[in-house]
Design a protein around this ligand. Structure first.
Ligand code: ASP
Ligand code: MG
Length: 456
């Protein structure tokens, strides 16, 4: 029988209530599963901050591991009442924290954080959470087993901090290891390189772990449990009366995730779309015993009545503009800049070009570096390099959008009515998304106006 892969995120691993909901949800499935978990809420950030703070203060190490121990003790005390089992579980957690201490002490002494050590340190959040979930489930009588990525052969390309799963190498190992009719628990967020080094899958990467495992075992579905009602027509923090999106296709979900919808990590789609494994999004706060998804993502999708399914935004975009009257005619500019960015690991999110300017859309954190590198490149035809910060990217996503003649007119008519200046527009590159850049300060106004135009 095909298994379901179930993923729980850190926002549900926060307190007793969250853990109770997870346990109940697992029991409601009442079938063999592969469960992938994130670290407890905030732990990865704590570990990541520690990488810098402990470098100049050794005392911070014990402070950190003690505070983590306290958090873990609380959860264990909440759910495990046998003194003997409690001690055993605490003993194991304290062993992990001792190892963590040694790694932190190591970086303190060498005064630097080698990439491979950073990945090991950050993996401890998931190591602990998966072990605790396994221990509580076993204590409650659920037949389950903890399997680590290094034990099952979840191989990556070895790129520290942001690795990609190597399916050819992993598939057989992983599917064999997870083949019994029971519940497996796997820590998300990392895999191993071909020489068995821990490699992280990028921040927020547990969704991607879960998707990759789902691909390896050819799962029936990937079920992601959140605390929102799946994908919505807009961010509910801005729009009070959003509409729930029941069905999306893979490209719609990918575009929405890249452009700021926080429901799924953008990389979750890539492993599943070719194999047509559906992703189902659930809200953990609304579980009763029948398990009903809020959004389903698969290859079918549908064109909705409004065509647009969602308007989303991301603050993590900025623009590096290369201007000059000859940029459209002079060959090699893009090649030089992109290979330079590649060398310095600056990710280009999008490029939008015109005859007199080339616009690189980048993550905000990369703008300064990208600006400085580009300045040094001696690009003949470019006479001005302009970094543009304080902008937001607004995206409209929906299948059928590129074939509909009225969407662009309505969108930009709405912006004109609200007197919002649109700096850059990109339409047509994706069949399902149109996006544009505006001043950061107009984000809420733009989202509200577009939502009203298309949905209200
Ligand atoms: N714990 C990791 C992070 O915070 C991975 C994840 O939560 O998906 O980035
Ligand atoms: Mg997370």
């Amino acid at each position: 029988m095909k298994k379901i892969v179930v993923k729980f995120g850190g926002s549900n691993l926060k307190d007793k209530d969250g853990m109770e909901k997870i346990l109940q949800t697992i029991k409601n499935y009442n079938q063999p599963l592969v469960i992938v978990v994130s670290a407890f809420y905030g732990i990865t950030n704590l570990l990541s901050d520690a990488l810098t703070t402990v470098l100049d203060d050794e005392k911070k190490i014990l402070k950190l591991t003690k505070s983590i121990m306290k958090l873990k003790q609380d959860v264990i005390n909440d759910f495990i009442f046998s003194v003997e089992i409690r001690e055993e579980v605490l003993e194991e957690i304290s062993k992990m924290l001792k190892q963590l201490e040694r790694y932190l002490l190591g970086i303190y002494y060498i005064g630097d954080v080698p990439l491979f050590v950073e990945d090991i340190i950050l993996s401890y959040g998931e190591r602990m959470s998966s072990y605790i979930l396994k221990s509580i489930l076993s204590y409650q009588g659920v037949d389950c087993e903890l399997v680590l990525p290094e034990d099952m052969g979840l191989y990556t390309d070895g790129d520290f901090g942001n690795a990609t799963i190597n399916y050819e190498k992993s598939k057989e190992f992983v599917s064999n290891r997870l083949s019994d009719d029971k519940i497996y628990i796997v820590p998300g967020f990392y895999g191993i390189s071909k020489d068995n080094k821990i490699t992280l899958l990028g921040r927020g990467g547990s969704d991607y772990s879960a998707a990759s495992i789902a691909k390896c075992i050819n799962a029936k579905s990937l079920d992601i449990w959140k605390d929102v009602n799946g994908f919505l027509s807009a961010d509910p923090k801005i729009i009070p009366n959003t509409i729930q999106i029941k069905k999306l296709d893979y490209t719609e979900a990918a575009e929405l995730s890249y452009f700021g919808a926080k429901v799924l990590h953008p990389r979750t789609i890539e492993p599943l779309s070719n194999d047509n494994i559906p992703i189902r999004i659930f809200n953990i706060n609304k579980t009763d015993s029948d398990i009903k998804p809020y959004s389903i993502i698969d290859s079918e999708g549908e064109v909705s009545k409004e065509v647009i399914k969602s308007v989303t935004y991301s603050d993590d975009f900025c623009v590096l503009q290369l201007k000059g009257p000859g940029v459209g005619i002079k060959p090699g500019i893009l090649a030089k800049v992109t290979s330079d960015f590649d060398n310095y690991k600056i990710n280009i999110k999008t490029v939008i070009t015109a005859q007199t300017s080339i616009n690189f859309l980048l993550a905000k954190k990369d703008l300064k570096r990208a600006f400085n590198h580009t300045k040094n490149l001696k690009l003949g035809a470019v006479n001005e390099i302009v970094p543009i910060d304080n902008v937001t990217l607004i995206a409209l996503v929906g299948k059928g959008l590129s074939h509909n003649h009225s969407i662009a007119g309505r969108t930009f008519g709405t912006m004109a009515r609200e007197k919002i200046n649109v700096k850059i527009i990109n339409s047509g590159a994706s069949e399902v998304a149109t996006y544009f850049i505006i001043d950061e300060k107009n984000t809420k106004l733009a989202i509200s106006a577009i939502h009203k135009e298309f949905f209200e």
